[in-house]
Design a protein around this ligand. Sequence first.
Ligand SMILES: C[S@@+](CC[C@H](N)C(=O)[O-])C[C@H]1O[C@@H](n2cnc3c(N)ncnc32)[C@H](O)[C@@H]1O
Length: 208
Amino acid sequence: LLNSYNKIAPIYSIISRLAFGLAIEKIQKQLIQHLPTTGNLLILGGGNGNILPLIYLRAPEINIEYLEASSSMIKSAKLKAPKNQKIIFTHTDQFEIAKSNADLIYSSFFWDLFSEKDIRDNLQIIEKQLSLKPTWFVADFIINKNTKFQFFRKFQMKVTILFFRIFTDYKLKTLPDIFTSFDERKYNTLKNSTIRGNFIAYKVLEKL
Ligand SMILES: C[S@@+](CC[C@H](N)C(=O)[O-])C[C@H]1O[C@@H](n2cnc3c(N)ncnc32)[C@H](O)[C@@H]1O
């Protein structure tokens, strides 16, 4: 929903650090190192713009389209965007990317907002609209049999979800299996890594 993150936008970084330390920033930095230095990058749910200076350091020439549903997050991201960054901000909660010429798509801690079915459906919507087959850069939470301290991680996720259910319009009760949803839409993993005992992961993916 539009603007459902407005209330927490000013404290989003603090909340994320309290809950997960520097892990979110760490995985974002690792993932951004895999971006090519040129191209057309679509960012889904970019949030408060913390990633923008990191992307600029890696790829100052890259063209960015920044889709974000919260006007407060966009306001903050505009302040964080380096002066010469080539970026267009769009305030939307729809995947209106029909006119996009994106060959790269970045989404960190975005797909955890959607059920597995919605992830698959939205991927299909996105795939249909794009003329190119973009490379995807995805970072998010993962809990599976390889995750260490599973009981604690599930508890940590429950508390996080409860927070987002209270302060945003977050609908889910458990973490969706994001990367399996990509697999089900037939994506091939080009690169991947995990941190925090397989609790936070990134993948670079291409559509088969
Ligand atoms: C959990 S935050 C993650 C922010 C950032 N990507 C990061 O890694 O820190 C999710 C963001 O997605 C935005 N959002 C939610 N649904 C959206 C949609 N359908 N389209 C675009 N942005 C959306 C929210 O406003 C919020 O800023």
